[in-house]
Design a protein around this ligand. Structure first.
Ligand code: GLC
Length: 730
């Protein structure tokens, strides 16, 4: 028992536990402080009680079952309970009536995973669909939800593992892993928010990103030369479409050699990036793990890595190689701290040119993607390849799932060292539980298809429910050509993604906001502008995610766990607690059913109020994504800027009648000064008092002073009522 709502279960068939592998869990068992625990050892069972739950451990047969304070059981061992064999360990538990399953890291398909099987093994999941199992990310965590009770399970195994949510046996869920010991945590809610708070205490939280990373990112494989990038930046400003970030894909490199610049196409990256900075753009550069195998060619990264023996070798000592963009490639062993440090130092070639963010790709790792024809043979990473420092060596089988996580850690720490005064942005494709500590995550190579647009919301919501709040999908779809209509709808949805990045693959048609004609350009501008107008609200959500583990994009069940109507509602999302979107994700559709849970909701566009719970039919011509604000919402907004570093002239509080509270978080958005007190929070409250609505500042904390701006209050809804403003709202 580690905390009132946190239980760790370990089973070792050998009778003793192996030395701990603290790869995913940031807190040792001793660091937790469980309060007022009582332990009773009776003949049939050991009973452990905390202020929140009671755990029974029956002796014969050995079974574990938890109870909440109402006496409702959960995480109850069922069927065979626990078992082990030569190939691994397993546990079986009961699925309660009305129980549904969420999280599981990166998953295609819809929200609830009941009756499905989910494997945890990081894979270059090119061409994925709603049926795909193994994805780029492997996060062996989920939550089970039923009205009044939810609990989380974190299977603390980096080996191959699998959850079966009643696919094989109705009413029983199973977890198995190819590890020699069973090690898992049970986290009691009762609500998803509490599970996530504890799960992220266990595996860590997202550091606060630079504010510019919340702006719009433009990417393509590739903007292949300085001239193309310059033109792109010019177009954004000319079209007056806000944009903060331009990504450089693999063509900035010399022959795909990581940590090099192409001598002709990017001959003066410093000058280019400085020019972009003048126009308010930051640059993020891609970094792939595969190092070109190139003996005696004066390629320093290969030479140094080889000389210091930093690349993974097979069990027989032969250098392991795969084939990726640079053709034959070798792979650094990121599990070793000195390799991460060395790799980190290589980032200097990018930061010296002014790069402010790193995009880690192909780090599952991908070993079979080659641009120069496929010789037919498929390569596998040998599972017995030794990895890690000599004193804590592991096999690839044990640490395969950590490859992306360790690489992202190397990039994160490198940027902290190389840009110590400024926050950097790290993006990764692959990761494991705890990846939120090091990087934002995008969902890899999606396609320009309506069902990929549709799937993006449940995918990102399940990532949020797995402790990873800073997530996005490629807007417009990576592979294939979006139609104008698909692109417009995708930009509307993309405005809701915590990471808002447009990206497209080589050989596809261009996907910039202005290439689909005036009408779509207007729509893109309007929704990107809306994103920028919402920045004060969004940044406050990022701060909340960084401090509590709460997701930014949330499925409705997160706030309405008592309302079973929300359990399969995958196509509506909440952006924080106050805004709810019901996007269109089908061609030719201009109306859709929207579920509004209990309470009053206001149409964002018309201010019309609705009393939930209710289903309504929303009108949604191409220009409109149905959007609703909750009664009592106070949404901090700002005037439109073209990039985050431009100071907005106004702070706008958009206020809806009702009772509610909103804390606005502010700091300089770029340095680490917030860690030493240079931040401020302002808590606004709205309440009804007799005939009046009262809006006031109820709390102010911190000692950062925001730049002078005009504060405007926009009252929405029924303004027949009188509104009083108390105190200085600034
Ligand atoms: C991979 C990435 C994609 C990138 C491409 C070229 O497919 O997922 O985003 O553009 O590689 O680097």
């Amino acid at each position: 028992m580690l905390k009132d709502n946190l239980v760790r279960v370990q089973l070792s068939p050998k009778g003793e536990f192996a030395a701990p592998r603290p790869w995913a869990v940031t807190q040792s068992d001793e660091a937790w402080e469980a309060k007022a625990i009582t332990v009773e050892a009776a003949e049939s069972a050991i009973v452990i009680k905390t202020e929140q739950i009671t755990v029974y451990i029956y002796r014969v047969p050995c079974r574990i079952v938890c109870f909440d304070q109402l006496g409702q059981s959960f995480a109850e061992d069922w069927g065979q309970g626990m078992a082990w064999s030569a190939s691994g360990v397993s546990a079986w538990k009961r699925i309660e009536a009305n129980e549904h399953f969420y999280g599981f890291g990166e998953r295609t398909g819809w929200l609830d995973k009941l009756a499905e099987q989910k494997t945890n093994w990081t894979t270059d999941s090119l061409d994925y669909s709603s049926q795909t199992d193994e994805m780029y990310q492997a996060i062996p965590f989920f939550m089970a939800l039923r009205p009044q009770l939810s609990y989380g399970i974190f299977l603390n195994s980096t080996f191959w593992s699998q959850f079966d949510l009643g696919a094989q046996q109705l009413g029983i869920w199973q977890m198995q892993t190819q590890a020699t010991e069973l090690d898992y945590y049970i986290i009691y809610g009762p609500e998803p928010a509490e599970i996530l708070a504890t799960y992220t205490e266990l595996t860590g939280r997202m550091p606060l990103p630079p504010k510019w990373a919340l702006g719009y990112h433009q990417c393509r494989w590739s903007y292949e030369s300085e001239a193309v990038v310059r033109e792109l930046a010019r177009e954004f400003r000319q079209h007056r479409i806000p944009c903060d970030v331009i990504h450089f894909d693999i063509d900035y490199m010399r022959g795909y050699r990581v940590f090099t610049w192409h001598p002709q196409r990017f001959s003066n990256p410093q000058a280019l990036i400085a020019e972009l900075a003048e126009a308010g753009f930051k640059v993020v550069a891609i970094v792939d793990p595969g190092v070109k195998y190139e003996p005696e060619a004066n390629y320093a990264v290969f030479d140094q890595g080889l000389a210091q023996d930093y690349f993974v070798r097979k069990a027989d000592g032969v250098l392991f190689h795969g084939y990726v963009w640079p053709d034959k490639s070798v792979f650094p062993d990121f599990l070793r701290p000195e390799v991460r440090q060395w790799w980190g130092e290589q980032h200097k070639s990018l930061t010296e040119a002014g790069v402010a963010g790193i995009w880690n790709d192909m780090n599952e790792p991908a070993i079979n993607d080659r641009p120069f024809g496929d010789p037919g043979e498929k390569i596998w990473f040998p599972l017995d390849a030794p990895q890690g420092p000599p004193e804590a060596q592991a096999t690839h089988a044990e640490v395969h799932n950590l490859y992306g996580l360790n690489m992202a850690q190397a990039s994160y720490e490198a940027m902290q060292q190389l840009r110590p005064q400024q926050r950097s942005f790290i993006l990764t494709r692959s990761g494991f539980a705890g990846i939120q500590r090091w990087a934002a995550v995008w969902m890899g190579d999606n396609q320009s298809l309506w069902d990929h647009l549709e799937m993006s919301l449940p995918m990102l919501c399940n990532m949020g429910l797995s402790g990873v709040p800073f997530v996005g999908c490629d807007i417009g779809g990576f592979a294939g050509n979006a139609t104008a209509e698909l692109f417009a709808r995708w930009m509307q949805v993309g405005m809701l993604y915590p990471l808002m990045r447009g990206h497209s693959a080589m050989t596809t048609a261009r996907h910039e906001p202005w290439v689909f004609g005036d009408r779509v350009e207007r729509i893109c501008r309007e929704y990107i502008e809306l994103r920028y107008r919402l920045l004060p609200y969004l940044y406050s959500l990022f701060w909340q995610a960084a401090t509590t583990g709460a997701p930014i994009l949330r499925p409705l069940l997160y706030h309405y766990p008592q309302d079973a109507q929300t359990y399969n509602l995958y196509d509506q999302v909440l952006l924080g607690p106050s805004l709810m979107a019901a996007p269109i994700y089908r061609p030719g559709v201009e109306h859709r059913a929207v579920y509004l849970p209990a309470g009053t909701w206001y149409d964002w566009w018309t201010d019309q109020p609705y009393e939930g719970p209710i289903h309504i039919l929303a009108s949604a011509p191409l220009e409109r994504m149905p959007l609703y604000a909750k009664a009592g919402a106070i949404i901090p907004m700002q005037s439109v800027v073209q990039s985050v570093e431009q100071a907005p002239e106004q702070l706008i509080l958009r206020v809806y009648p009702g009772t509610g509270e909103q804390t606005l978080y502010e700091d300089d958005g770029q340095s680490f000064d917030y860690q030493t007190g240079a931040w401020c929070t302002t808590t606004y409250q709205i309440r009804e008092q007799g005939e009046q609505l009262i809006l006031e500042v109820v709390d102010k904390q911190g000692n950062w002073t925001p730049p002078l701006r005009e504060v405007c209050v926009e009252f929405k809804g029924n303004l027949g009522q009188l509104l009083t403003l108390h105190t200085d709202l600034r």
